[in-house]
Design a protein around this ligand. Structure first.
Ligand code: FES
Ligand code: FE2
Length: 430
C-alpha cells in the first residue's frame, strides 16, 4: 500500500472520504445504563466533540459540545424536561439542536425571538439493544440494524467500553484475521501461564467470503473435523466496523484519526435450569487498558490482547511497510471493499450493508456457528462440556476489569458460584 492510500483509508474527520463512508452507518457510542446517575456525557466521535445527554423526559440528544452563545462546555450543562441547558447563562437546546430558551434575551427582548435563529449541530440518536446509537451522516437516515441477537431472550448481557489509542482501521482489520487467534490468544495465553506450555492446534486452511452485511472468515484447524461449523459457517466481519462472533459484537468506533472507542456487547444465554430469565437493564462498564502496577498493557484477557496488537501497530499503522502473506487475503478483501464503497458513494449509491427497507430490518439473521445452542439453549451440564460455552461459566475472559457487581449479577443469572472459578486460561475464543 502506498502512503496516499493509507491516508485515504484511515482519516475519518469531517470532510474526508472515509469519514463520509463511516458516517453513513449508525454507530454505537454509549450504553443506556450509563445515564442513570449522570445524564450528560462528553463524547468525541468521528473527530467531533459532542455531548450526549438524556433529558428529564428520557429523550436522548447528541449535540455539539460548545454552546452557541460564548462557547462554554455543554458537557457541564444540565438537562431539562426537554433538552440540555448551558450552565453559563442558561441557553437551552433540544435534541434537534434548536435553541429553545435564552433566559435573559427572552426576558428583555422577547419580540426579537432571537432563539429561533440559533441552532447548534445535532445528530439523530436511537436506543437499541441497551446501546445508544448515533447517525452522523447525510439524510435520509438509514435503518438502525436490528441484528438478531438484540432480540434473543434468556440472556445475560453486558456492554464494555474502552478507548484504544490507535486508528479504527487496524482494529477492524483484526476482524478478518483468523490466524491471530492461534497465536495471540491460544499460544500467548498458554505461554503467559506456563513458559514452556505446548502450543495449541495449528490452522491448516483459512477462507474468506463476502455476504450482504460484511465478510466472513472460515478456518480449518488440525484439531477440528473438516465439517466443523468454524469452516462451514465461520465468523463475521460485520460491515463496516464490527466483529461478530455469534454471542458478541465488537464495534470499533472512530473517536478521531488516532483513537478508537471499542464497544463490546456480550450475550450469555443462561442455562436451561435458569429459564425464563429476564434482564431488566444491561450493565455498561469501562475496561481498563493498562496495569497500574507495571505501566504495561494488560495482557490476560482476549480483547486486551487484541488491543496490544492494535496499539503496537502505531497510532496509525504504516501500511507502506507491511509484508502481507497468504493469511492476509481477508485484509485485502476488506480494503478492496472499502474502495468499492467509496466508488458507490461517488456514484450516489449506498455503500455495503446500509439498510433502507424497514420490512427487512427485523431480527436480521447473521451467520452464527453456535446458532443451535443460542436458539435452543443448554443445560448447565451441557454447558460445562461445551468447548466454547464453558467459558460462560467462569470469570469473564474477554476483557479485564469487570466490576464485582456485574460479576455477581452474572453469577446469579447463570446459576454459578461466584467463588468457584474454573481455570479459564485454556478457554479461549475460537
Ligand atoms: S456560553 Fe452557554 S449560555 Fe452563555
Ligand atoms: Fe483477537
Amino acid at each position: 500500500m502506498d502512503a496516499n492510500e493509507n491516508e485515504l483509508l484511515t482519516r475519518i474527520g469531517p470532510g474526508t472520504s472515509m469519514g463520509g463512508l463511516l458516517r453513513r452507518y449508525w454507530m454505537p457510542i454509549a450504553g443506556v445504563s450509563e445515564f442513570k446517575r449522570d445524564r450528560v456525557k462528553p463524547v468525541r466521535i468521528m473527530g467531533e466533540d459532542l455531548v450526549l445527554y438524556k433529558d428529564l423526559s428520557d429523550t436522548f440528544g447528541l449535540v455539539q459540545r460548545a454552546c452557541a452563545h460564548r462557547r462554554a462546555d455543554l458537557s457541564y450543562g444540565f438537562v431539562e424536561k426537554c433538552g440540555i441547558r448551558c450552565n453559563y447563562h442558561g441557553w437551552a437546546y433540544n435534541e434537534t439542536g434548536q435553541c429553545v430558551e435564552m433566559p435573559y434575551e427572552d426576558t428583555v427582548a422577547p419580540q426579537t425571538k432571537y432563539k429561533n435563529r440559533v441552532r447548534i449541530v445535532a445528530y439523530p440518536v436511537k436506543v437499541h439493544g441497551g446501546l445508544v446509537w448515533a447517525y452522523l451522516g447525510p439524510q435520509p437516515t438509514p435503518e438502525l440494524p436490528d441484528w438478531e441477537p438484540f432480540t434473543w431472550e434468556n440472556g445475560c448481557r453486558q456492554i464494555i467500553l474502552s478507548e484504544v489509542p490507535c486508528n479504527w482501521l487496524q482494529c477492524q482489520e483484526n476482524s478478518i484475521d483468523p490466524v491471530h487467534f492461534e497465536w495471540m490468544h491460544t499460544n500467548w495465553s498458554r505461554r503467559q501461564a506456563h513458559p514452556e506450555a505446548a502450543l495449541g492446534p495449528r490452522h491448516l486452511q483459512v477462507a474468506f467470503d463476502s455476504f450482504e452485511y460484511g465478510l466472513i472468515y472460515r478456518r480449518q484447524r488440525e484439531d477440528l473435523p473438516a465439517d466443523h461449523k468454524l469452516w462451514s459457517v465461520g465468523r463475521v466481519c460485520l460491515w463496516p466496523n464490527c466483529f461478530f462472533l455469534g454471542d458478541h459484537f465488537e464495534w470499533r468506533v472512530p473517536i478521531d484519526d488516532e483513537n478508537t472507542l471499542s464497544v463490546a456487547w456480550f450475550f450469555s444465554r443462561v442455562p436451561k435450569e435458569k429459564e425464563p430469565f429476564v434482564q431488566h437493564e444491561i450493565p455498561t462498564w469501562y475496561g481498563p487498558l493498562v496495569d497500574p502496577e507495571t505501566g504495561r498493557w494488560i495482557s490476560t484477557h482476549v480483547m486486551n490482547q487484541d488491543f496490544i496488537a492494535w496499539v503496537g501497530q502505531g497510532r496509525i499503522a504504516d501500511r507502506t511497510k507491511e509484508k502481507l502473506g497468504m493469511s492476509d487475503r481477508g485484509i485485502l478483501m476488506l480494503r478492496r471493499q472499502l474502495h468499492e464503497d467509496l466508488k458507490s458513494i461517488a456514484r450516489g449509491e449506498d455503500p455495503k450493508g446500509v439498510i433502507r427497507d424497514p420490512t427487512v430490518n427485523h431480527k436480521i439473521k447473521l451467520p452464527i456457528a453456535e446458532r443451535e445452542f443460542l436458539e435452543r439453549g443448554l443445560s448447565l451440564d451441557e454447558m460445562r462440556a461445551h468447548p466454547v460455552f464453558r467459558a460462560h461459566l467462569g470469570r469473564f475472559v474477554f476483557q479485564a476489569g469487570q466490576p464485582g457487581a456485574v460479576w455477581e449479577q452474572y453469577c446469579e443469572a447463570m446459576g454459578i458460584d461466584p467463588s468457584a472459578e474454573i481455570d479459564d486460561r485454556e478457554v479461549v475464543r475460537i
